[in-house]
Design a binder for this molecule. Structure first.
Ligand SMILES: [Cu+2]
Length: 650
């Protein structure tokens, strides 16, 4: 594979005046880090969890005119090596003034990759760990052991108290390039304090019950160096845009067809889209102020050995942004690509080609043949794709926003990478998983994401209306038994707006602007279609369930509040639960005809298949926002008729 890249940002000057929603630049991040170092004076013990743009108030953003001076504020979360708690604060980057700070004494910072990489060596040196390997006859393969720490949650155990703890799972290679996830060392764990790098406990289930599950040794690989047979390559399929792409990019602002929006990014959520609007007949109409995937959790269903702990928040505990990939032209991204780089705090670094922007053919837009005149009208569709991919340990999450010409906004999360593997006796995977290869079990689990959709359909004041379809009982109103109708009900308060998907009612939700009417006098709106609802199975009051309560409903609605950003709370790592959506919504605030945020939980219900191993073809989930009475008629009726001259008969 030819490694060709097209950086569009290094060397390209930053704008003289950043837009208020532009992510912090590398220079701003360095400046913020300097202010933190000087102010706190913790020397080598300083650890940075987050430095991020403190987004200005919406009225400041809306009133901004290009070139006007603006205040740039960095928000930060930092901690001190070996000390519990997280200090949060804000620095004015213009004046250098510390505007605010607070100490969250029970909070545990997110886990940084730099910390994770130190763990393997420490665990391998531990005599208890070595003894567990000796017992298994594996000690002479110590160098080949691969130790992945996982976040631990909160099970109320003494060993978790007052510490930042990770629980290690063990796999091994059988040769240097080998896929170690095909060789789980089952039942062996090390609990480690990530701040002090102290191994707190080695948990050996072999010793506990004497049931030794041997390491499956068959090499199962995906690396191109190790695969020996490839199918015939497909016929070339090139995406060529001889006149360049149809989008325009000015710094972080993108204009395409009738759409415009701004691209944002932060270490936790990764890709963020701001101020999405659609212009028609010279009139720009706002739709969404901010869109991101604000949290996710993977609850696993097995109570066996240490697997009950597996309930990981890959965004809130690790960070999609921090783990985002540099994308490769012609591999990750096909066509005429614009890349945005992203700047990451901590040990500051640039993720080059982090966000991909390109156009795709999207098949048929609309068609009709008049059977009497035999006149045919047909238009083709295309869509704009904004994407990024993050690697979290064994797994990849590839995130795609799609804007369509007809006003549709779609989101897809593609899950790929390597499933979490555990060992089993061949033919005996147990009740909580499937054997994906002899002696390798994939446990049942779910991936539940929470989209934070800060809506502004035709303006800031919106209401969510639940739309249910109901069949009438047979009787005078329904003598033929065919009658069914749509019933709409506004969701007026936060508790009323905790809603579940209901297939029996073909339920969807309309986000309307009660003050904006279309030409038939109906409130303009967008409907949220829950195309990937996930029924939760983790008990909401269990140690894992209470930390991820957002999965208990597919819809939540809150009034906009600037600090309500993360559905499971700001500090998720080892959280006791209840933070975020379940806590805010207790106030039962009004969400009617006001500035609202819509939270949608969706995902993948995943009993691994043999086809998901040794590397998983993308499994896709997502949702759709469809204009619903937003336009007066088909908004793409004005698409010009075109015939693609390069198309030919095979
Ligand atoms: Cu999965």
């Amino acid at each position: 594979m030819e490694m060709k890249t097209c950086h569009t940002q290094p060397g390209r000057p930053r704008p003289a005046f950043p837009h208020p929603l532009d992510p912090l630049s590398a220079a701003e991040l360095r400046h913020a880090a300097g202010l933190i170092r000087t102010h706190f004076n913790w020397g080598e013990d300083l650890r940075v969890e987050t430095i991020d743009l403190d987004e200005p108030p919406k009225d400041v953003v809306r009133a901004y005119t290009e070139g006007a001076p603006i205040q740039r504020i960095a928000r930060f979360n930092i901690y001190r090596r070996g000390v519990m708690g997280v200090v949060s604060g804000k620095f004015d980057l213009g004046t250098g003034e510390l505007l605010w700070q607070t100490f969250n004494e029970d909070a545990r910072a997110m886990v940084a990759i730099e910390e994770v990489l130190l763990i393997e060596k420490t665990v391998k040196e531990d005599p208890r760990f070595q003894e567990a390997l000796r017992r298994r006859g594996l000690l002479n393969e110590l160098d080949l052991m691969c130790i992945d720490p996982w976040t631990v949650g909160d099970f109320g155990q003494l060993i978790e108290q007052g510490r930042r703890v990770l629980n290690c799972f063990v796999w091994m290679r059988t040769f240097p390039l080998d896929n170690y996830y095909a060789h789980p060392v089952e039942g062996l764990h090390a609990l480690i304090d990530v701040s002090t790098l102290e191994v707190l406990k080695v948990e050996d289930h072999f010793e506990m019950d004497g049931d030794y599950i041997p390491v499956p040794r068959t090499p199962l690989n995906y690396d191109v160096e190790l695969l020996t047979a490839f199918r015939q390559p497909s016929a070339p399929l090139d995406v060529v845009q001889p006149d360049g792409p149809g989008f325009r990019v000015e710094c972080n602002k993108v204009t395409w067809e009738n759409w415009d929006f701004r691209v944002g990014f932060n270490g936790r959520e990764g890709l963020v889209l701001y101020t999405i609007g659609y212009t028609q007949d010279g009139r720009r109409r706002p739709i969404m102020y901010r869109a991101s995937i604000a949290e996710m959790v993977v609850p696993y269903g097995t109570p066996e050995r240490s697997h009950y702990r597996k309930n990981v928040f890959d965004s809130g505990e690790i960070g999609f942004g921090r783990m985002a990939n540099s994308l490769t032209l012609g591999c990750d991204c096909l066509g005429v690509i614009h890349y945005f780089d992203a700047e990451i705090f901590g040990a500051p670094r640039t993720i080059e080609n982090c966000i991909c922007l390109h156009e795709e053919d999207a098949g048929l837009s609309w068609k009709h043949t008049d059977v009497r005149t035999q006149r045919v009208d047909v238009r083709r569709a295309r869509r704009l794709v904004i994407s990024s991919i993050s690697t979290i340990g064994n797994y990849e999450y590839a995130s795609y926003w799609y804007l369509h010409q007809d006003g549709r906004i779609e989101y897809e999360m593609k899950a790929t990478g390597i499933i979490n593997t555990a060992g089993c006796h061949p033919g005996q995977p147990g009740r909580f998983g499937t054997e994906v290869a002899p002696g390798i079990v994939g446990h049942i689990h779910q991936h539940v994401f929470c989209a934070r959709l800060d809506m502004e359909v035709d303006g800031p004041n919106n209401t969510v209306v639940e739309c249910d379809t109901r069949a009438l009982p047979i009787g005078p109103d329904n003598p033929h038994g065919n009658a069914f109708l749509m019933e709409e009900r506004p969701l007026r308060s936060e508790l009323e707006a905790q809603r579940d998907y209901d297939f029996s009612k073909m339920r969807y939700w309309r986000i309307i602007n009660p003050g904006a009417k279309n030409w038939i006098g109906r409130s303009t709106g967008f409907k949220l279609e829950a195309t990937s609802p996930v029924q939760p199975f983790t008990h909401p009051d269990s140690p894992s369930g209470r930390r991820g309560r957002f999965i208990q409903h597919q819809l939540w609605v809150t009034p906009f509040a600037v600090d309500e950003r993360f559905p499971a709370g700001e500090f998720v790592n080892q959280s006791e639960g209840g933070q975020g959506l379940p806590s805010w919504t207790q106030a039962n605030r009004s969400v009617e005809n006001t500035d609202i945020v819509v939270w949608h939980s969706f995902g993948v219900h995943h009993l691994p298949r043999p086809e998901d191993h040794p590397v998983q073809p993308c499994v896709v989930c997502g949702f759709r926002l469809m204009p619903s009475g937003f336009f007066d008629q088909n908004p793409v009726i004005d698409l010009p008729p075109t015939t693609n001259a390069k198309s030919c008969c095979a």
